[in-house]
Design a binder for this molecule. Structure first.
Ligand code: MG
Length: 383
């Protein structure tokens, strides 16, 4: 079991819940890293006493240095700081819960330093899946899923004799706040409406991704890399109650599901304690109280992002990196009220269509495809 860990993205939704898990399990925190929320980071430093911290924004890093000058903690900054925090010798595992492509290089740094990675940063696998999985294989390290759906599949797979016994993965999707809506009804959606998720409390980027179902699209690609399954053998089913976290089907058509209350502390904890199980503060699921569980076909026509990701996954190569890059910019423009909700999907789909077929052979290839997709969105919207 893990004794000591580094957490990247510690001030976000997953990061703060990870620190609750750390507190419950009594683990040692070697390093913390954040984008720029130094107020919360300082509180975390004073409680968990890491020896190293990293802040992505230079100015925020300088301010933090002053704020914690009474403590013996090293304050690093920028991408280099993040990568160094990801590769400290004393950490057994690196939990990467950074949001967006910015998490790719720190993930690779952790793998190269031969750390197991508890991965919540899905963009890492979407854009750089080929590089990350190959590096993990070469360095003999594990990528342990933190995303609730992937943790569910990982939990279902314990005891699976080999991948040949597996016929299909089934990812559940809550459907987000706009389940059942038509395109026409979604034309005038505001960021405030899109930010209200029925079941999960998450950061802004992930919540918008959930409203567009881009999140499920990214998770399809993530699942394909994590479990070595082709697009054709991964299905999505909408499940409104978020009780069934995902399922696997064996060749005999027996289906195994992982179920429980929607609480991220279970998948976070399992990524840290695997293969062991520990007690947790998460409540017990009362099946009789849950009553009915409902399942629906996803609407690929209305939720264009999901369709775009499916296409990107089937095409492979750099297409997923293009989908992700375009989405990151489109979501930020939508949150600033600069583009309508439905334009996120059209931009992502067009970015995928424009991306030429090419393998993701190097980090430079991935970063170039990501940049080209971002530039395309700025060009197309004129913003
Ligand atoms: Mg998820």
């Amino acid at each position: 079991m893990v004794r000591s860990l580094s957490i990247l993205g510690s001030t976000g939704s997953i990061g703060t819940q990870a620190l609750e898990v750390v507190r419950n399990l009594g683990l040692n925190v070697e390093a913390l890293a954040a984008y720029r929320n130094i107020t919360r980071l300082e509180e975390q430093i004073r409680e968990f006493r890491p020896k190293t911290v990293a802040v992505f924004e230079e100015k925020a890093a300088a301010d933090l240095k002053t704020a914690v000058s009474d403590l013996s903690v090293r304050v690093l900054s920028g991408m280099e700081g993040l990568c160094e925090a990801a590769s400290l010798p004393a950490a057994d595992v690196v939990l990467n819960s950074v949001v967006g492509m910015v998490g790719l290089r720190p993930t690779l740094a952790a793998i190269q330093a031969q750390k197991n990675v508890a991965l919540a940063n899905k963009e890492t696998l979407v854009a750089g899946g080929a590089l990350v999985m190959e590096a993990a294989r070469k360095n003999g390290v594990k990528i342990l899923p933190v995303d609730s759906e992937h943790s569910a599949i990982f939990q279902c797979l314990q005891g699976c004799p080999d991948n040949k016994a597996l016929s299909r993965l089934i990812l559940t999707a809550s459907g987000g706040p706009f389940f059942g809506k038509t395109k026409e009804e979604l034309r005038k959606v505001t960021p405030e409406q899109a930010l209200k998720h029925p079941n999960w409390d998450m950061g802004a980027k992930v919540t918008i991704d959930s409203a567009t179902m881009m999140n499920k699209g990214l998770e399809l690609i993530e699942a394909s890399w994590l479990f070595g399954m082709p697009a054709s053998r991964i299905d999505v089913v909408v499940h409104r109650e978020s009780i069934v976290h995902s399922l696997i089907e064996y060749v005999d058509h027996s289906i195994i599901a992982q179920i429980g209350l929607p609480d991220m502390r279970i998948p976070i904890q399992y990524a840290l304690t695997w293969p062991q199980r520990c007690t947790s503060p998460v409540g017990q699921l009362d099946l009789a109280k849950a009553g009915t569980l409902s399942f629906y076909e996803p609407d690929y026509e209305t939720f264009v992002c999901l369709r775009a990701c499916k296409t990107a996954m089937e095409r492979g190569g750099l297409a997923p990196a293009a989908a992700n890059g375009a989405n990151e910019v489109a979501v930020s423009l939508f949150l600033q009220n600069k583009i309508p909700f439905l334009e996120i999907g059209s931009l992502v789909l067009e970015a995928v269509q424009r991306q030429p077929d090419a393998p993701a052979a190097s980090l430079k290839d991935v970063l170039d495809a990501d940049r080209a997709a971002r530039e395309f969105v700025h060009y197309k919207t004129g913003i």
